[in-house]
Design a protein around this ligand. Structure first.
Ligand SMILES: NC(=O)c1ccc[n+]([C@@H]2O[C@H](COP(=O)([O-])OP(=O)(O)OC[C@H]3O[C@@H](n4cnc5c(N)ncnc54)[C@H](O)[C@@H]3O)[C@@H](O)[C@H]2O)c1
Length: 328
């Protein structure tokens, strides 16, 4: 299939592009590089540097490349920033997303895999969270992802665009070529590894008095390759139907202390930890159930072990101490 990956120069999108190419698909990466990195676009992919809001370039790209499906990863995804600046999130995650859907409608592209988020569930009442649980986002990031999911339902009804929405918490780990390099970095594993390299002085743990095994929050980490494979797998159902799937690590999740312990083991380095206050709105446990996608699509994560996840991120960071070398 010829697949356009929006946000394919970003962390997860670049690995999705790698997996597509490995699976024999032709890939067009569409990314403005406003956050992503040219060096993250796999060699076998065609690259279009443009913004989603640029409707004309989108239309031209669909026409000229005979695109058959889209994997939509481009978005803003910082929870705190979304609370400070909701307009930015509505503009990029909803309005620019609609420009993509309109261009798909005009170009008769009928298949879309959407990288949603488990933030659509807000603070779930039970764990692990399932697709049938109520959605109640607690920040504009989750709210705008849910708004786009809802738009997908109506675009399917009106224009026959089928979709698979994938909802997950924390992508983690790396391939040999592509790893996580965000500025600012908000994700736990790269933050811990930056402390291991001395790029930051310490890791701040937000609260150690939660009702969990060791008092620190429990979260779900999925290896980015397993995630990317789920996106590629989801393309397969779109000839027949639309669907929503959660993706989770499949177990009980990992505490912040588990992750720090794994990083100390993998790196063999001291990592200074300072324990601060809880952050408002941080639930004790957030874990997603993958039962549905395992059952229906046969998705089997290969790199679920926390040590494998941290090792792959560490290997990438050692090979790329300055990220993609662009100063961002
Ligand atoms: N990283 C995670 O743990 C996680 C968890 C759940 C969901 N997600 C979702 O996965 C997707 C990818 O996340 P990521 O961590 O790889 O993010 P990222 O910031 O590394 O990648 C996003 C990419 O999209 C591009 N982009 C953003 N807006 C654009 C626009 N208007 N036009 C063109 N390009 C644009 C950026 O330049 C960047 O390359 C996002 O949609 C995010 O909401 C991520």
């Amino acid at each position: 299939m010829r697949v356009l990956v929006t946000g394919g120069a970003g962390y997860i999108g670049s690995v999705v592009a790698e997996e597509l190419i490995a699976g024999g698909h032709e890939v067009v990466v569409y990314d403005s590089l406003y956050k992503g990195h040219r060096g993250a676009v796999p060699a076998g992919a065609e690259f279009v540097e443009a913004d989603l809001a640029d409707a004309e370039t989108l239309r031209r790209t669909f026409r000229a490349r005979a695109v058959e499906a889209v994997i939509h990863m481009a978005a803003d995804s910082l929870v705190g920033e979304s609370v400070q600046n909701p307009a930015k999130y509505y503009r990029n995650n909803v309005t620019a997303g609609l420009a993509l859907l309109d261009a798909m409608r005009d170009g008769s592209v009928k298949r879309l895999v959407f990288s949603s988020t488990a933030a659509v569930y807000g603070e779930p009442e039970k764990q692990p969270v399932e697709e049938t649980d109520p959605t109640a986002p607690t920040n504009p990031y989750g709210e705008t992802k849910l708004a786009f999911e809802r738009a997908l339902r109506w675009y399917e009804q009106a224009h026959g665009i089928r979709y698979a929405s994938l909802r997950y918490f924390n992508a983690a780990g790396a391939t040999r070529l592509c790893g996580e390099w965000h500025n600012p970095e908000s994700h736990l594993i790269p933050i811990i590894l930056q402390a291991a390299t001395g790029r930051r002085t310490h890791v701040e743990v937000y609260g150690d008095d939660y009702p969990t095994r060791d008092g620190t929050c429990v979260r779900d980490y999925i290896h980015v390759v397993d995630l990317a494979r789920a996106h590629v797998l989801a393309l397969g159902i779109l000839g027949e139907r639309s669907a929503v799937y959660n993706l989770g690590c499949g177990g009980d999740g990992y505490t912040v202390n588990d992750v720090i312990g794994a990083a100390r083991e993998v790196t063999g380095r001291e990592i200074e930890v300072r324990t601060g206050a809880r952050r408002p709105g941080d639930p004790a446990v957030l874990v997603a159930s993958s039962s549905k996608i395992r059952r229906e699509l046969g998705w089997e994560p290969e790199f679920q072990d926390l040590r494998k996840i941290v090792s792959s991120a560490w290997e990438w960071l050692q090979a790329h101490p300055n990220g993609y070398g662009e100063g961002k």
